[in-house]
Design a protein around this ligand. Structure first.
Ligand code: F6P
Length: 323
């Protein structure tokens, strides 16, 4: 019988629970023993590991967050931390580990794979900035949450002929801002990949005002050169040049806390099952992802040393559509 463990690490993402459930149930159905690690790499280093049964993952597919808990664990970046973690796994005769998470988590996974431990990664982050998967667990739900907020803010913006700056998450990546901006019909989208000065945004807003628009929505990524806080400061000082009165709203962690939608539940379920299949056939040190609508694997060494590009043609399209 094989003994495997699963953990979730980094920022939680809606759908992580569906992935845990798939790992546990497809592992158990092979006659294996499956362990859950609490609080990511922190729990791995401290031996916070428990055996999981079928009922432990009952009723969680629809829940946001992660029943295993997550953490950011700086100590795991050290050789000492990783050695401690491997000791805990080997003491329990665990022969394989599934790591559900984004960039930092998969960097950790690659590090322990390089220390000769069988690991498989599962692509999960709302930021969609992970190389090796066109879409990651949590993105779709986070986008829909951002979109609901944009739609609501647009209503009040129209009533008052106001402009609204809406800041979305994404760390250094503009994916969430770009996609929610297009889907939400934003007048302006500000992303880290294209440094934009406040003067240029002010001009766009003024032009929209002159065209008779009832509102203006500016979606700004948290990682942009000028985030919502910096932009609102500038715009308050230059109110007269805009036409619109302006307000700002920072969505922050609200985007991470949602109940996963159908897309994320299905994606996560397929990823979790595929990770167990990888461990079964001895395909280790890879990330399970989705590319061209197929489940794929990419070596973790490639994942952690490559950058995922954003399709900037879509920014141009967004400008045309904002007329
Ligand atoms: O990586 C997911 C993410 O939500 C980013 O979008 C954001 O920058 C970061 O995590 C926030 O981290 P924390 O939850 O540690 O504040």
């Amino acid at each position: 019988m094989k003994r495997i463990a699963v953990l979730t690490s980094g920022g939680d993402a809606p759908g992580m629970n569906a992935a845990i459930r798939a790992v546990v149930r497809t592992g158990l159905s092979r006659g294996w023993e499956v362990f859950g690690v609490q609080h990511g790499y922190a729990g791995l280093m401290s031996g916070n590991i428990r055996s999981m049964g079928l009922r432990d993952v009952g009723g969680i597919i629809q829940q946001g967050g992660t029943v295993l808990g997550s953490a950011r664990a700086p100590e795991f970046k050290t050789l000492e931390g990783r050695t401690k973690a491997l000791r805990e796994l080997r003491q329990r005769e665990i022969e394989g580990l599934v790591v559900i998470g984004g960039n930092g988590s998969q960097t950790g996974a690659n590090a322990i794979f390089e220390m000769d431990f069988p690991v498989v990664g599962v692509a999960s982050t709302i930021d969609n900035d992970l190389y090796g998967s066109e879409i990651t667990i949590g993105v779709d739900t986070a986008l829909n949450i951002a979109l609901e907020a944009i739609d609501r803010l647009k209503i009040t913006a129209s009533s008052h002929q106001r402009a609204f700056l809406i800041e979305v998450m994404g760390r250094d990546c503009g994916y969430l801002a770009l996609m929610s901006g297009i889907a939400g019909g934003a007048e302006s989208i500000v992303i880290p990949e294209v440094p934009t000065e406040p003067e240029a945004i002010a001009e766009e807003l003024h032009a929209a005002y002159e065209r008779g628009k009832a509102h203006a929505i500016i979606v700004v990524a948290e990682g942009a050169k000028y985030n919502a806080e910096a932009l609102i400061k500038y715009f308050k000082e230059h109110q007269a040049t805009l036409g619109f009165e302006i307000r700002a709203s920072i969505l922050g962690h609200i985007q991470r806390g949602g109940m996963p939608g159908a897309f994320d539940r299905l994606l996560a379920t397929r990823f979790g099952a595929a990770a167990v299949a990888c461990l079964e056939r001895g395909e280790h040190g890879v990330l399970v992802g989705l590319n061209k609508n197929e489940i794929t694997t990419t070596p973790l060494s490639v994942v952690v040393s490559s950058k995922k590009n954003l399709n900037l043609d879509l920014l141009q399209l967004a400008k045309e559509l904002a007329q």
